[in-house]
Design a protein around this ligand. Structure first.
Ligand code: ADP
Ligand code: MG
Ligand code: ZN
Length: 489
């Protein structure tokens, strides 16, 4: 009996990411999202005849930065090309993109799935302008209106090699690309607003085969979950086609959320022949070696490097490092808190400072951070966390009191030291003073004293609670415990 063919999924991704440039790619119009329709427009981005595009140096710089962050080689000379097609959102009849000579080539990133690290190649990263946006059904009934605010907004398209082998790997790749672009400060990673979006190319081939099978392209999937679900369902669909002796048709498919399946949108026969050619309005895009070096020098520390440094120098676990690098501003915040602690406690205290800052930021701060794109707002400044942890370390307050102090810092905007002084929250370590309270509590609780002496030592917790209550939480817990044992025995 012939064994059934086993199929290997092969996936390659095209990611479109909007560059964080204030103006559009070939004109001075604002690239901001959310303005009233058709207010950020001019003859260039409306595609009026005779208007001449002029490249935006800031956007080019961000595209160089994106390429370097993704391990690419930056080409000192690249070209803009016209991609010709007709669509109401493309008034010129072509999109300015890059084709044969893209800006960035041949990069790679590493992804981790189930503890296995794999490299995914990046074929190229090229600059292109976004199209306008068709708003179907708005303006009442069955009309479509076009908002040109998005026309000409600068994008990079990141084209991977067909190196992914599962939906999980693809999701990991997409998350990693988003994270790198956000840490590099070139994109805000907003899937809902469409400033970060992807198309997935999926094919199957017999396991062991080198040649690529026929692919379908899954368009416009706007969440990580849907990317994963769409690819999983597409793999199952193609397997069924092939197992039934059929052939996969090269086509574009969309994700149908309601049915949880992919559906055909257009086949290869209808596919466009874009007739790319170099844009005669734009000279070759030339960048100097010196400019590329300057961008490389100024590249922020990327997430993998940061996590590795935290694990190596601050003794963080891989898990803690992952959580604390969930957003570039969170990573900056943790770094600032840890740095302030190390400078206060000395180099030798690095692992202690790292662990304390990591625990505190995760348990007390992260739940109250509000994130908006690349921005984040924190309940208290990172230096405040360092100051607070300093007060715990030198015994001014105990760690339980630290939460109370934090809440007061948040409400008042004042420093940890000021809050402790004004609230009389400093820890009492004077044994004589604590012993006085301990004796009062013991005298007031004869029943519990009998229980304790009869061997029910867990009532000690009751006594500790009473003493802490009487001292408003300021008594040093260790001294309280010692004195209670002494007085009770
Ligand atoms: P196009 O722009 O027409 O979609 P590209 O050559 O730019 O074509 O390829 C786009 C993406 O498709 C790349 O990420 C590439 O890795 C991926 N790809 C190409 N062929 C296959 C295939 N047979 N199976 C899976 N992915 C593929
Ligand atoms: Mg494609
Ligand atoms: Zn314009």
């Amino acid at each position: 009996m012939a064994s059934a063919t086993r199929w290997e999924p092969v996936i390659g991704l095209e990611v479109h990411a909007q560059l964080l440039s204030r103006s559009k790619l070939f004109c001075g119009c604002s690239a901001a999202y959310g303005a009233a329709p058709n207010t950020n427009v001019c003859p260039v981005c409306l595609g009026l005849p005779g208007a001449l595009p002029a490249p935006n140096g800031g956007a080019v710089e961000l595209a160089i930065r994106a390429g370097l962050a993704l391990g690419c080689t930056v080409q000192l000379e690249s070209r803009f090309a016209r991609k010709n097609y007709f669509y109401p959102d493309m008034a010129k009849g072509y999109q300015i993109s890059q084709y044969e000579l893209p800006l960035d080539t041949d990069g790679a990133i590493e992804i981790d799935v189930d503890g296995v690290t794999r490299r995914v190649g990046i074929e190229r990263v090229h600059l292109e302008e976004d199209a306008a946006k068709n708003l179907h059904g708005s303006g009442g009934g069955r009309t479509t209106v076009v908002d040109f605010n998005r026309a000409g907004v600068p994008l990079v398209e990141i084209v991977s090699r067909p190196d992914m082998r599962s939906a999980a790997e693809t999701e990991a790749y997409l998350r990693k690309i988003r994270e790198i672009l956000m840490f590099a400060g070139v994109n805000d990673g907003n899937l809902e607003e469409g400033s970060f979006r992807c198309d997935a190319n999926v094919s199957l081939r017999p396991v062991g085969d080198e040649r690529l099978g026929t692919r379908t392209e899954l368009k416009n999937i706007n969440s990580f979950r849907f990317v994963r679900m769409a690819i999983e369902s597409e793999i199952v669909r193609q397997e069924a086609v092939l197992a039934g002796g059929g052939a996969v048709v090269q086509e574009t498919r969309g994700w149908n959320e309601a049915s949880g399946t992919t559906v055909a949108m257009r086949t290869k026969e209808e596919a466009h022949d874009y007739r790319y050619f170099p844009d005669p309005d734009l000279p070759p895009l030339v960048v100097s070696e010196a400019r590329v070096s300057a961008v490389r020098e100024a590249l922020p520390e990327l997430p993998d490097a940061r996590r590795a440094r935290w694990q190596r120098e601050l003794g963080l676990t891989a898990y803690d490092a992952q959580v604390l690098s969930s957003h570039p501003r969170v990573a900056d915040y943790f770094d600032a808190a840890a740095t302030a602690l190390v400078s206060a406690w000395g180099e030798g205290a690095k692992p202690d400072a790292g662990k304390k800052a990591a625990n505190f930021v995760q348990s007390e701060i992260l739940g109250d951070v509000s994130i908006d794109g690349l921005e984040a707002r924190f309940p208290v400044p990172a230096e405040g966390v360092a100051e607070l942890l300093g007060l715990v370390r030198d015994g001014t307050i105990n760690s339980k009191m630290a939460k109370d102090v934090l809440a007061r810092m948040r409400a008042s905007g004042r420093s940890a030291r000021a809050v402790v002084d004004e609230g009389g929250l400093a820890q009492v370590t004077d044994a004589a003073e604590i012993e006085r309270v301990v004796r009062e509590v013991v005298e007031a609780s004869p029943k519990q004293v009998d229980q304790y002496r009869a061997g029910q030592t867990k009532v000690l917790g009751y006594f500790v609670g009473q003493v802490m209550k009487a001292t408003k939480g300021t008594a040093n817990p260790q001294i309280v415990n010692e004195l209670l044992r002494k007085v009770l025995s």
